[in-house]
Design a binder for this molecule. Sequence first.
Ligand code: PLP
Length: 460
Amino acid sequence: MNKNEAFRKIPKMDNLLNWPEAKALQAKFGHSLVKEAMTVALGRLRSEIQQGSPSGNTRSFLIDSTVETLQKQMEPSLKRVVNGTGIIIHTNLGRAILPQPVLEHLAEIGSHYNCLEYDLKKGSRGHRDFHAERLMAKFFGVESACVVNNNAAAVMLMINTFAAGREVVVSRGELIEIGGSFRIPEIMKKAGARLVEVGTTNKTHLQDYESAIGPDTGLVLKVHPSNYRISGFTESVGASQLAAACARHQIPFAEDMGSGNLYDLSVLGIQDEPRVSDSVKSGINLISFSGDKLFGGVQAGIIIGEKELVDKIRNNHLLRALRVDKLVYAALEQQLILYLTERMDEIPTWQMLFEPMEDVAKRAAEFRESLAEPAKNACELIESLAKIGGGTTPEQGIPSVALTFSHSGLSPDQLSERFRKIAPPVIGRIHENRFLLDFRTILKDDLEILRDHVNRLFEL
Ligand SMILES: *Cc1c(COP(=O)(O)O)cnc(C)c1O
């Protein structure tokens, strides 16, 4: 067939749209997207003919090309991935995995009307910002609580409420930057407050705070150093000592706790990770932390503490710009019910943290056994160190087990890329020049998909 004849044989759009295959695509993707994708397909066909390489079967060429375009276009960019990094709270991979009961409650609230801003007792308009308060107060043993978009917003709101146009006293050792450009000095500026640094990088004494507090002081802020540690010759002021000093001066004392740890992590061999309850006991007036780090839930900034102070935050108009959706309240309330009824074992973040090393090892070994011969021979079981992540205990790990993979034709980087390109993508880690998947963060319902992937990647 010569070029001209081939061009003449290209079907017209109207005919094309009436093919049964095209009809089926229109039922699934709608008329206008299908037409658009077919225009692209026709263009491709023309250029193939122009280049003298007309495809064998015009009809299947056009349909395949249309399907490819449509699938690519209608794929969400936020996709499920398999986390083989061993980092439990991985900010880049969506932080905490939600508990099943929370997901069920989200479906219930999301698919029905609800009393988000309706007072069922009075039968009239109510306030959304009281949701989650009662359960928070009960769980944390505080008077009041308030929820905003994330912990960065919570910190900003606390500063703005108590120190706009005034001063905030912070220890130099706590002027941190956390991934994603959360910098205490910048937040301070945006919140309209002046930063007063006290102490030196490694040492801050109570006297340093005492002499910095003056008539312009609006707030004393303590910040969890999260992703870094100063070690060696250091000193910081104990929270209860500082709380007592703030009370004497009648200055509110707030703490940004970052991940908001709830349990004693020393059983995992992790030292010095303070708990929210420690801060509550020490007399800090307001505490903020993230909802999607160790709390193990949805993204939120949780502020707990004294009612008088939380009420002031509620009256700050900035709250309107930082408020959360009904789904966030729904998720947090169900999460708190899990904690209050001691169903921590249903919270994936804690399941992963506390899963015994032997169980992780068993899962990894069984997975390896289940692989086809070539894949099995390409991987090896090794001990590894998982991490909490989310800015918690950066240099301490949790004993874990990983599978390392080696491929005769591919470097670890190339192997890592192959794993990333499959659907759903598998994200691993390169350690000592080997690509590995840590099994502590690989979910049970990831295993089957992962097995198929690995078998295919190492097929002879
Ligand atoms: C993670 C973290 C933040 C930011 O919290 P987001 O919920 O991500 O906004 C702020 N402060 C500290 C100490 C943190 O660890």
